[in-house]
Design a protein around this ligand. Sequence first.
Ligand code: HMG
Ligand code: MG
Length: 298
Amino acid sequence: GLPARVRIHEVGARDGLQNEKATVPTAVKAEFVRRLAGTGLTTIEATSFVHPKWVPQLADAEDLYPEISGLPVSLPVLVPNERGLDRALALGARRVAVFASATESFAKANLNRTVDEALAMFEPVVTRAKGEDVHVRGYLSMCFGDPWEGPVPIPQVVRVCRALLDMGCDELSLGDTIGVATPGHVTALLTALTGAGVPVSALGVHFHDTYGQALANTLAALQQGVTTVDASAGGLGGCPYAKSATGNLATEDLVWMLRGLGIDTGVDLGRLVATSVWMAAHLGRPSPSRTVRALSHQ
Ligand code: HMG
Ligand code: MG
């Protein structure tokens, strides 16, 4: 069966914007997050405390976070290492996310580390965060396919998932970073993970829509009991360190499907579409989301 309710983890302000070439002013980002919070979304990933040279678009994290920290929503932020955690905690962040890779190629490209060196880098981050009662999400990228290595073997993914959970992560997000997954692969991975003792309640899914499979993949995950789904308003996004990564599953497309299935998200679709149309005007190009296009005149 399908769940009665799904929690959407909105990543538009982080995953959505991190790859934008032109610098988006901090005030526009803050207004974007405020508008997203006004749609009923409860978890809005805000920014990343990474090295500013690696992701210049998010170099304003120190200026942005205080602008939005008073909003009555959860505002997780990405932290790759202790330096990132220090920066996030100094601003009062209560939710952080580390981001691992299932493949060596992407660990090197994204974190300048091997898979195991990256896990070793996260260990003190997770331990310190949990010591301060801060919620920790563990992203795992390249769970299905990798641009350099091709299809990713399921046992390789299971191993890193286990390592992140054993470290103390509260939840995991399974990333299809380049959008190559198909529903049968999603079912196989989730079956392997639950078979390895990973509780499905700890799992979220993070689909990019490169091949138009993100909604189908989401439905496959819901059928396996997943209730946390990542999406980005308007379908913004892409990862600067993974060639061929396009935008995430659009939050509007997700809400449209879930609404049709009678699954509650608490999100006002009209307000969300209006927010994405507003953001598209700032970015100077229309949203790629089919639902945004259908429900607006952009
Ligand atoms: P590195 O070059 O190996 O860094 O990069 P290092 O540890 O050797 O440190 C070098 C210098 O950087 C030091 O300064 C540090 O202090 C400084 P120096 O002593 O030379 O003056 N530094 C920092 N400064 C500010 N904030 C920090 C920080 N850390 C070090 N946090 C590093 C290693 C991890 C820092 C780098 O690789 C990095 O920042 N990577 C981030 C890449 C990224 O953000 N990618 C996008 C997010 S992941 C994604 O999009 C996928 C996801 O959506 C899921 C999916 O779709 O699959 C989550
Ligand atoms: Mg992503």
